[in-house]
Design a protein around this ligand. Structure first.
Ligand code: KG4
Length: 352
C-alpha cells in the first residue's frame, strides 16, 4: 500500500473521534470549522460515583457506530466524502482508547484515507481554535499561555505552535477536577462533582470556611492538602452536628471552589508575569467549564493586559471538535499515522 505520507487528502473533510474516558464524541469538520458534533455520554457510571473502565469501554463499543452515523447524517456528509480520520491516541483509559483507535484504523483503511493521531491534552488546548458557522471568533496568537485544567490534569502550558507545547507548571499530586470531584463525593454529591459544586456555590458564602492552601514553589500546584483539610473539616463538624453537610452544602461548595480557583490563578498570574512575550492567554479542559474560573480568568487577563480566550462550554469537557481542530494542523502538514499505532494510556502534552 502507498505510504500515507505521500497521499493527498481527497477532501478537506475530517471525521474526528474522541473516546479517551467516558464520552463517545464524533465530529465532522472542514479543516478547523465544525460542521456537526455529537456526543454520547455514559450514565452507567453515576451509580458507582466514578468511571468504571470496563463499563466505559463496553459503552463506547455500543455507542460508536450510531454516533458516527448520526453525526454524518446531521452534517449532510456521506461516509465516502471523508478525506481523513482523526482519533485520540492518548492519554486516557486503555479500554476506552482501544475502541476509538481500532474503529478509526478500520475506517481509515476501509475508506483508504489517512489516519491522524491526536494527543488528548494537546486537543484540549486546540479547543480554542474550533471555528463554527455564524460564530465570530478570534483565535489565540502563538506563543500563548494556556491553563489546562481537567479531571486528570492541571498544568500551565506555553504553546509556541500547534503541537509545540511546553509545560511550565503542573500539579505535583491531584488534578483540580479530581480534587473537586473527590470533595464532592465525600459530601455525598453525584458524580461528576465539579458541575454540581459550581451550581451550589452560586448561592453559597465563599468566605465561610478557610481551607488549606499549598506552599509549592515555582509555577507548580498541589491539591492534596486542600482535599485533606476539606475531609478533616467535615469530620470535625459532623461530630458536633450530624446534619452539617446538608445545612452548609452551599457554603462548603463556594469555599472549595474559591480555594481551587485561587490556587490556579495565583500561579497563572505568576506565569503571565514571567512571560512578557506572551500577548494571549487561554483556558482549556473540563474544569474550564467552571463559572467562577471563567469569570476570574477573564478578569486576570484584563488586569494583565493580555487577550483572553475561553472556549465555549461545549468544547471544554471531552469532545471530538477539539480533536478535529488539532488534526487539521496535522493534515495541512501531512503528518499522518501508521495503521499499526496502538493507544497510549499515559503520554504527556509535549510527547507524541
Ligand atoms: O476534560 P474532562 O472532560 O475530562 C478529562 O480529560 O479529565 O474534565 C472532566 C472534569 C471533571 O473533574 C469534572 O468534574 C470537571 O471536569 N468539570 C467541572 C465543571 N464541569 C466539568 N469542574 C468544575 N466546574 C464545572 N462547571
Amino acid at each position: 500500500m502507498k505510504s500515507f505520507e505521500e497521499k493527498e487528502l481527497k477532501s478537506g473533510l475530517l471525521l474526528a473521534i474522541e473516546s479517551s474516558c467516558d464520552d463517545t464524541s464524533v465530529a465532522v469538520m472542514r479543516g478547523r470549522r465544525l460542521l456537526c458534533q455529537k456526543t454520547a455520554s455514559q450514565a452507567v457510571h453515576e451509580q458507582y460515583g466514578g468511571v468504571v473502565p470496563e463499563a466505559a469501554s463496553r459503552a463506547h463499543l455500543a455507542n460508536i457506530v450510531p454516533t458516527v452515523a448520526v453525526t454524518l447524517a446531521e452534517a449532510g456528509v456521506k461516509m465516502e466524502e471523508i478525506g481523513a480520520v482523526a482519533v485520540t491516541r492518548g492519554p486516557g483509559l486503555m479500554g476506552s482508547l482501544l475502541v476509538g483507535v481500532s474503529f478509526a484504523k478500520g475506517l481509515a483503511q476501509g475508506l483508504r484515507v489517512p489516519l491522524i493521531e491526536v494527543n488528548h491534552l494537546q486537543a484540549h488546548v486546540m479547543a480554542n481554535f474550533v471555528e463554527e458557522e455564524g460564530v465570530e471568533k478570534r483565535c489565540p496568537e502563538f506563543p500563548f499561555l494556556c491553563l489546562l485544567v481537567s479531571g486528570g490534569n492541571s498544568q500551565i502550558v506555553l504553546v509556541r505552535g500547534p503541537g509545540e507545547m511546553e509545560i511550565v507548571g503542573a500539579t505535583i499530586d491531584d488534578a483540580a477536577g479530581e480534587a473537586m470531584d473527590k470533595c464532592a463525593r465525600v459530601m455525598g454529591l453525584p458524580y461528576p462533582g465539579g458541575p454540581v459544586v459550581d451550581k451550589l456555590a452560586k448561592e453559597g458564602d465563599a468566605g465561610a470556611f478557610e481551607l488549606a492552601r499549598p506552599k509549592v514553589g515555582g509555577l507548580d500546584f498541589s491539591f492534596s492538602g486542600l482535599k485533606t483539610s476539606f475531609l478533616y473539616l467535615l469530620r470535625d463538624k459532623l461530630k458536633e452536628n450530624e446534619n452539617f453537610i446538608r445545612e452548609r452544602e452551599k457554603d462548603l461548595c463556594a469555599s472549595l471552589q474559591r480555594t481551587v480557583v485561587d490556587i490556579l490563578l495565583e500561579k497563572m498570574e505568576r506565569a503571565i508575569a514571567e512571560h512578557e512575550e506572551v500577548k494571549d492567554v487561554a483556558l482549556a479542559g473540563g474544569v474550564s467549564a467552571n463559572s467562577e474560573l471563567r469569570r476570574r480568568f477573564e478578569e486576570l487577563a484584563e488586569r494583565s493586559g493580555r487577550r483572553c480566550h475561553v472556549p465555549p462550554l461545549r468544547f471544554t469537557t471531552d469532545n471530538a471538535a477539539m480533536v478535529g481542530a488539532a488534526a487539521a494542523w496535522k493534515a495541512d502538514r501531512k503528518e499522518f499515522a501508521s495503521l499499526g499505532i496502538a493507544p497510549y494510556a499515559r503520554v504527556r502534552i509535549n510527547e507524541e
